[in-house]
Write a protein that binds this ligand. Sequence first.
Ligand code: HMG
Ligand code: MG
Length: 302
Amino acid sequence: MKLPAKVKLVDVGPRDGLQNEKQPVPAAVKIELVHRLQDAGLKNIEVTSFVSPKWVPQMADNAEVMAGIQRQPGVCYSVLTPNMQGFEAALGAQPDEIVVFGAASEAFSQRNINCSIAESIERFRPVVEAARAKGIHVRGAMSCTVGCPYEGEIAPARVEMLARLMKDIGVQHVGVADTIGVGTPLKVQRALEATLRHFDINDISGHFHDTYGQALANTLASLELGVWQFDTSVAGLGGCPYAKGATGNVATEDVVYLLHGMDIETGIDLDKLIDAGKFISDFLGRPPGSRAATALLNKRAA
Ligand code: HMG
Ligand code: MG
């Protein structure tokens, strides 16, 4: 088994992590979280999304959050943009990367972005073109690549189709998402292999929610295929308001613990990352949703 020597983690905590929180999280707290993540060594942070505030009220402060961040050189700050309106609003915030987000399931596409898969691609097309013309990197998120909260199991052929459509419109990198965390290693590998028919191994990442406790196993299964980029969420925050019952992304702390334990480099300082997770968890009034963070915090307290 030949595993990658180095892994790139995108912390999606400020976006995926907080978008589903019912209680208001002030922009200042989100900004502080981003600062703590970059201080911990994260070089890729998904900060916010330029979506409709009626659909996702928690992200309504997108411009304020982006404007409040003291950027560090070498850090890539990404934002979600579902359509031209979102992209144009995002431009003022000067993101390094934008994310268009589609789904391998028709029903989820309708619930999440109010259009069919085909319509979503037509909405993304001008966004991708405009972003690339400006030199902004374009990532595509592919939801429900293993299972859908409305349609159940999703066949790899659906994933392959979505990957092909994303490739055709110029998306540079795709994230293979298990939105509701139902995937198990072999199913996740099938979804990744379907994606690999259209994207290079260096242009694919894994995005695993941990609803059923499979996300670390799915991460390892991805590493075995050579995938070396993952979206993770500090303190295991996260969930999508349109995927009821889905819990957070795999905790960044747990993935860092796993990788460092296998001598795979991340560039991340686990102690500082745990502090970042503790900061946001304290604000939200609950313990961090990371087993590694919990264990190491207990050890510190002892
Ligand atoms: P729509 O209602 O079909 O849009 O929503 P519309 O074009 O018909 O416009 C309706 C209204 O929305 C208008 O306002 C527009 O101005 C406004 P009104 O005239 O009624 O006052 N509007 C916008 N406002 C702000 N920013 C925009 C924007 N676009 C239209 N960009 C839309 C379509 C896509 C906007 C909506 O469905 C939406 O915002 N959906 C976002 C849902 C979302 O953010 N979900 C979570 C992120 S995805 C995720 O978490 C999955 C991921 O983590 C991977 C995984 O785990 O699977 C990435
Ligand atoms: Mg997600």
